[in-house]
Structures are given as structure tokens and as C-alpha cells.
Design a protein around this ligand. Structure first.
Ligand SMILES: *[C@@H]1O[C@H](CO)[C@@H](O)[C@H](O)[C@H]1NC(C)=O
Ligand SMILES: *[C@@H]1O[C@H](CO)[C@@H](O)[C@H](O)[C@H]1NC(C)=O
Length: 749
């Protein structure tokens, strides 16, 4: 027992360190610091539907009662807008049916698709009476054509209900509720050959539709197979013996050209099959539920991977997860796996078990392929009743679909994940990487890359303030667009210029960025010429920054104190993953009655004469067992003479700027600081003759801009500047995240 305990205590810090690197963003930055923009229009809400029109240079943004055409390169530039409001009598009718006239009886744009002729297909909830229309953008104007079509089954009635749709070769596939009450779910294909799911709980059981993806498998299929439509949702499970209602995530699939059956399954899918979608998060008992899915295909359809975000179904768990699924793995479950079948047990209870009897030919749920055609089945209308009845009663597969490597790519404690998109990035060495952008419930986006099984959260960008959940994410070749109920936002996929030092640039492990040695700047690797690759440092898998120049050690700042004072020496960690180490006269400082090590500095409590000495601080990041000193500071602390009297109990001593750095300084910041510093300077000069004010200003400005750089500062000044104190609160968050990491480890061990 005892050795085991010792072993565990020993392994705990290791695990903790690993967890921190897994689930802590290296940096936390505001959107403005990341070159982003926000769009919102007075009086308009619910910016939750987006269509990218790169051919027109537009982002089409669907909101409540309005559609916008925004400039793709800068969404603050509104090119056009069209309103689609609900007429008063319809609103009255809706509210008479018991719906809230100000909220539910409005028109929420829910579907936006580009059609072949360049126009767009638009649907809205239209006061619980879903309606679709055609829209065009010509001569800088957005016009609805007023060819109103019934939107039932395409678009939800209820604006709060999830839905999914995809337009394939001009035909709309949709997954939503087809009735006012929202109780009749369908997955359907629209005209000219409408087809849909059967109203049976074995097909769809109170589903929450999440996404729909077309896979063009039929294009060059040697088996003469058809294109597939994959549908992602969660629903109430039928396959568990459970007293309470249990939900599971599902992936279902239909064949694009399914025509339904002749007698059985008339105008219903003959190809609807579904399977459980697992995202196994350690130490959780209830299955996690899918919230969004993104299709990433580096090559033809067989290379496609579905990335999905998951959240727990019980509110006791605070983790969110990302799992990725290979199309081949899903396909195998559907085309080769066993089916489940219902068997009655006891009186009225049905249990779903693996079906082990004979499976008819053609295989139930399969698309029509060459093999079936050879046997005289050239379309689904020719399918024998045996096959049709089988699939009508048994659409559920026995086997669940497992994620790549059988575990999540990312598990993180904190705000739930809401949306995900994935961009491909080519690194300096030509290797390809998938960069995940994950939207959260708290309005931020995490930028995440997996390097050889190790997941790195490069940064967390706060898009919406105050926090508003991310409801939509879209990708262009260089930009990310996000929608929420209150605003839309845009940010570049990378902004390498934010990394100011070589270490910061290389340790970020951003596949888009590398440090250019000659130019001394962090640059986009896509812009690096072939012949100057050796001039650029990028190390993605190892975070190896040994080629970076060492940072200069800083000159000590002279400070004096009175016995009994409390002194704070500032030193900001260079990133959320950095740790700060303090030494006094080369001895390591550990927390005690005298010393309190804080995230942003060292507090010396009730300083005695022994507190004098040379204090040095360094911010250290460790990668692959190499310690990188990313920043440092030094203070020479001496007991002052009796003249520096007005120091009070908690007074903070004013350090001198340690070194002058050449940085871009925002002029406004300087002006503000100059005024503030002037006041401080006058006070300080009364008792101290030093006059080295310029150096401090430069550092100060830099700190305000970068939010990450540090310079010893006087606390009242820090508080006077919003940005600097925000940086402080970020580090508080980091603190929380660190302890979160520990919590998780405790759960796992
Ligand atoms: C629309 O936005 C408002 C304001 O944030 C929010 O209260 C409401 O729930 C949103 N409506 C829908 C249908 O999401
Ligand atoms: C985007 O537009 C806003 C408002 O017109 C402007 O302030 C900003 O500089 C523009 N940004 C870019 C990158 O063009």
C-alpha cells in the first residue's frame, strides 16, 4: 500500500504537467489583439446563419428579420442588407397560438445556400410558419424575389430548435421538425422526388439535429455506388436498460438517389441506417452529446475526416471534448457491421439486441451498386420486400462508430464547446497539419493543433465581450468568421506579427508562423521563399527553440524599502504555460511567511532587514525537457534611509525601468502614461533623485500593446490602464486553468 502511495505522489506532478499542456491555451488574447473585427447593426439580433460567397467577395449573414451582405475582407463594411419581416397579421396568428410575439413570432433566417445560377436559397422561421425564398445580389443590392415557398420540413418552426440542411446538385436535404409542435422529426429530400424518414421512434427518437454532410462517393466508385448524405444528431437511446432517459450521439446515412420502396417504404428512405457515435471521455459515465461537426477532406472522399465537438449531458461534468472520425470507419460499420433488433421482454418492454439471423440480399440500407444491378435491382423501387421490411424495422447498427485512436483529440475543462471548423496548414518543412478552431459557450475560439498525438492549444481568442456563445463558424482561405446572438466577428487564421520574440514565435508552435532570423520578425511561413527556408525557424512537433538567440539578462533595478513594509516585485510570465522562478542572491525563493509568490510577481511581507538582496525573476517554458528562459527581471533591494518616510504599510516601491527596448509604442498610450507618470514622478522626486523616466515609458507602452510583455511597474499606474489590468486578470484565469488541470488529474488518477 505504502509504496503504491509513494509512487502515486511521485507521478502526480508529471501527470499534472501533462494535463496543463493538454488543456491550457498557451496564450489568451482579445480579438482586437488578433487583428479581428466585429459587426453588429443597431436593433438587429441573432446573427446565427452564414454563407460564404468567395465568388462575390461577400459574407452573407442571416439574422433576425434581416440578411446582410458584408465585405469578406472586412466585415465591418456592410455592402447591402435586405429585411424580411413578418407581417402583423401573421405575428398575431402566431401569438394567438401561444407563442411569444416578440421572440418566437419573428422571422429567424435559418437556411442560406448558394444555387447553381449564382442566386441563393433562403429560409426563415417566419413566425412559426417556415417559408423559403430566392435571393440575388446584383449591382450592390441584395434582393428577395418574393417567390415564397413552403418551408415545412426544410426549416424549423421553432427558432430555438437545432436543424441541419445541405443543398446537393440543386436538391435540398434537410433534417428538422415538420410540425408546429416540433414533435415530428424528419430527414428529408425535397422536390422533384421528395422522400423522407418514417415516423417511428426506432428511426428518430426526439432527435436534436446537429449537422448534415454530403460525401461524393459516387463520383468515381468502382462498385458503382451512390453519393451519401451523413446526418449527425443526438437522440433518446433505445438500446440501454436505463430507468432515466438517456441520450446518445448518432451518425445516420442515406443514399443521395434513393427513390423509396414500391409497396413497403413508399416515398420513404430505403437506405436510412444509423449508428451510435462514441466520444469516450475518461471518468465519465453518461455518453457525451455531439454539438457540431465539420467535414475535412484533404483529398478525395475517402480521405474525409469528420471533426465533432461534444459536451456532457449531465451538468455535473464540466468537460468538453473533440473527437474525429474517419469516413472509412463509419462506412465499415454501415456496410459490414451487424444490426440491432428489438425483442419483446416481459410485458410491454422492448430490448434491442444484436441481430444474428440471416441478412437478406441486397443488404438492407445499402445504396444500389453494380452487384445489385447485376441481380436486376437497378433502383430502390426494385428492392425486394424482405430487404425493405428488414431495414424499416432495424435501422440501428449494433456496433458504435469509434473515433480515430479510440479517444478524444482534446478534453478540456471549462466553457462548453459549441462549434468547430478545421483548416489545413502547410508548415515550413512541407508537412500538412489540421488546425482546429473551436467555438465556446463563453464566446471565445480555441486554436488547436494535434502534433503526432499531442494536442496543443496555441491560443484562446475572446471574440465576444461580454461573453456570448459562438453559434456559427465559417472558414475562408485566410479568415475565420463567427456568429453569435449579438454580433458577428472575423479574425485571421494567423497573425504571426503578434509574436515579438524568437522564443515566443517558435514556442507558440503555430504551423502558420516562423521566426525569420535576418529580419528578426515572426512571419507567415506561406510567404517565405524556397531559398530562404534556412533563415526561418519553425519547430512544430518538438517546440525546439534552441536556435533562437538567448534573451539578454536584464540590469537590476535599484529599490529601497523601510522595515515592516510590504513590497511587490513585478514579473509577468511570458505565457500561460510559463512558470515564474524567483531567486534572492542565487537562492531559490519559496513561499513562506515572508514571501508570497504570485502569478505576476513576488510579495515580500513585512520586510525585515534580511529582505535585502538581489532578486531575480525568470519566466521559464519547458518543451521536450528543455527549459527556455523567455523573460527575466532583476531588482536590487536595499533597506532605505529614514528619509523615505511616507512609505506606508502596503506601499509599493517604485522600480526603475530595467532596460530600454526598441518596440512599437502606441502614441496615445504614451500620452496617457506621460500624464500619469508626471504625477507619480513629482511625488517620487520629492524623496528620490532618480530621473530615468524615458526607459520606463517605452516599456510601459509596449506592455499596454502586447498585453504580454512585462516591465516592472508601479501598481497604481497599472490599475489606471485598462489593458494592463486585463492582462492581470488573464493570468488569474490561467491560475484557474492550472488548478483545473490538477482537478482533472485527480479525477483520472
Ligand atoms: C436572439 O437574441 C437574443 C438576444 O441575445 C436572445 O435573447 C434570444 O434568445 C435569441 N433568439 C434565438 C432564437 O436564439
Ligand atoms: C476595417 O474597417 C474598419 C471600419 O471601416 C477600419 O477601421 C479598419 O481599419 C478596417 N480594417 C482593415 C484591415 O481593412
Amino acid at each position: 500500500m505504502l509504496p503504491l502511495l509513494v509512487l502515486c505522489l511521485w507521478c502526480l506532478p508529471l501527470l499534472t504537467a501533462k494535463q496543463i499542456s493538454l488543456s491550457t491555451p498557451r496564450r489568451t488574447v482579445p480579438l482586437s489583439g488578433n487583428g479581428g473585427h466585429v459587426f453588429r447593426e443597431e436593433g438587429v439580433w441573432n446573427y446565427s446563419t452564414m454563407l460564404l460567397r468567395e465568388d462575390l467577395g461577400l459574407l452573407i449573414l442571416g439574422a433576425r428579420e434581416a440578411i446582410f451582405a458584408l465585405d469578406l475582407s472586412n466585415i465591418t463594411h456592410k455592402r447591402a442588407m435586405v429585411k424580411w419581416q413578418v407581417p402583423q397579421e401573421m405575428q398575431d396568428k402566431c401569438s394567438h397560438k401561444g407563442k411569444d410575439s416578440q421572440i418566437e413570432c419573428q422571422n429567424y433566417i435559418r437556411i442560406l445556400h448558394k444555387i447553381a445560377d449564382g442566386r441563393m436559397y433562403v429560409c426563415g422561421t417566419n413566425a412559426f410558419s417556415p417559408t423559403c425564398d430566392y435571393m440575388s445580389y446584383t449591382d450592390g443590392r441584395l434582393t428577395l424575389e418574393n417567390k415564397r415557398e413552403d418551408g415545412k420540413g426544410k426549416c424549423p418552426f421553432d427558432p430555438f430548435q437545432r436543424y441541419a440542411s445541405e443543398l446537393v446538385d440543386g436538391v435540398l436535404f434537410s433534417a428538422t421538425s415538420i410540425n408546429f409542435l416540433g414533435s415530428e422529426p424528419v430527414v428529408m429530400r425535397g422536390s422533384p422526388e421528395p422522400i423522407r424518414t418514417d415516423f417511428k421512434t426506432s428511426w428518430l427518437n426526439e432527435p436534436n439535429f446537429i449537422g448534415m454532410q454530403h460525401i461524393a462517393e459516387g463520383e468515381q466508385s468502382p462498385e458503382g455506388d451512390d453519393d451519401k448524405i451523413y446526418i449527425f444528431f443526438s437522440e433518446t437511446a433505445v438500446e440501454y436498460d436505463s430507468y432515466s432517459k438517456l441520450e446518445v450521439s448518432r451518425v445516420a446515412r442515406v443514399c443521395k438517389n434513393d427513390m423509396g420502396g414500391m409497396r413497403t417504404l413508399q416515398r420513404k428512405w430505403t437506405s436510412f441506417v444509423k449508428a451510435r457515435l462514441d466520444c469516450p471521455v475518461p471518468d465519465t459515465s453518461l455518453p457525451f452529446l455531439i454539438q457540431d461537426v465539420f467535414r475535412f477532406c484533404p483529398g478525395d472522399w475517402s480521405t474525409c475526416v469528420f471533426y465533432a465537438v461534444f459536451t456532457p449531458q449531465s451538468h455535473t461534468s464540466q468537460y468538453a471534448a473533440v473527437c474525429a472520425y474517419r469516413i472509412a470507419d463509419i462506412r465499415q460499420v454501415f456496410s459490414e457491421g451487424k444490426f440491432k433488433t428489438p425483442v419483446p421482454v416481459e410485458t410491454s418492454f422492448v430490448k434491442w439486441v444484436m441481430y444474428s439471423g440471416d441478412v437478406p440480399f441486397p443488404r438492407p440500407g445499402a445504396c444500389i451498386n453494380n452487384e445489385a444491378r447485376e441481380k436486376g435491382v437497378s433502383q430502390s423501387l426494385d428492392l425486394p420486400d424482405r430487404t425493405l421490411q428488414f431495414i424499416r424495422d432495424r435501422p440501428l447498427m449494433d456496433q458504435a462508430v469509434q473515433p480515430i485512436s479510440d479517444h478524444p483529440l482534446l478534453v478540456k475543462r471549462g466553457a462548453a464547446f459549441t462549434r468547430i471548423v478545421v483548416a489545413g496548414a502547410v508548415a515550413l518543412d512541407g508537412s500538412s497539419h489540421q488546425v482546429m478552431f473551436i467555438g465556446t459557450e463563453s464566446g471565445s475560439v480555441l486554436k488547436v493543433v494535434n502534433y503526432n498525438g499531442h494536442t496543443v492549444i496555441i491560443e484562446e481568442v475572446q471574440l465576444f465581450q461580454p461573453t456570448e456563445p459562438v453559434k456559427t463558424l465559417r472558414l475562408s482561405s485566410s479568415m475565420l468568421y463567427a456568429g453569435s446572438e449579438v454580433a458577428a466577428a472575423q479574425m485571421p487564421l494567423s497573425s504571426c506579427g503578434q509574436y515579438r520574440s524568437c522564443l515566443d514565435c517558435v514556442l507558440a508552435r503555430d504551423p502558420y508562423c516562423g521566426w525569420k532570423l535576418t529580419a528578426k520578425e515572426c512571419t507567415a511561413v506561406s510567404s517565405v521563399q524556397q531559398d530562404s527556408h534556412s533563415d526561418v525557424i519553425q519547430s512544430l512537433t518538438d517546440g525546439n527553440a534552441t536556435r533562437c538567440p538567448l534573451i539578454e539578462s536584464s540590469k537590476a533595478v535599484n529599490m529601497s524599502f523601510l522595515p515592516g513594509n510590504t513590497i511587490k516585485l513585478f514579473c509577468q510570465p511570458s505565457s500561460n504555460l510559463a512558470r515564474v522562478e524567483w531567486h534572492v542572491d542565487k537562492r531559490l525563493v519559496i513561499s513562506s511567511d515572508t514571501y508570497e509568490i504570485q502569478r505576476d510577481g513576488l510579495l515580500i511581507l513585512n520586510a525585515s532587514a534580511q529582505a535585502s538582496g538581489l532578486y531575480t525573476c525568470r519566466s521559464v517554458e519547458t518543451y521536450n525537457n528543455v527549459d527556455y528562459i523567455t523573460r527575466n527581471a532583476a531588482y536590487e533591494l536595499r533597506q532605505g534611509s529614514g528619509q523615505t518616510r511616507q512609505a506606508e504599510e502596503t506601499s509599493l516601491l517604485l522600480p526603475q525601468a530595467q532596460k530600454q527596448q526598441n518596440t512599437v509604442v502606441a502614441l496615445q498610450v504614451i500620452v496617457v502614461f506621460l500624464s500619469l507618470m508626471l504625477i507619480a514622478l513629482i511625488m517620487w522626486n520629492v524623496y528620490n533623485g532618480h530621473f530615468k523616466i524615458l526607459g520606463r515609458h517605452c516599456n510601459q507602452g509596449q506592455e499596454a500593446e502586447g498585453g504580454q510583455e512585462f516591465a516592472p511597474t508601479l501598481e497604481p499606474l497599472q490599475a489606471a490602464d485598462g489593458k494592463v489590468s486585463k492582462a492581470g486578470s488573464n493570468s488569474n484565469n490561467n491560475h484557474n486553468r492550472r488548478s483545473e488541470g490538477k482537478d482533472m488529474t485527480q479525477q483520472i488518477t
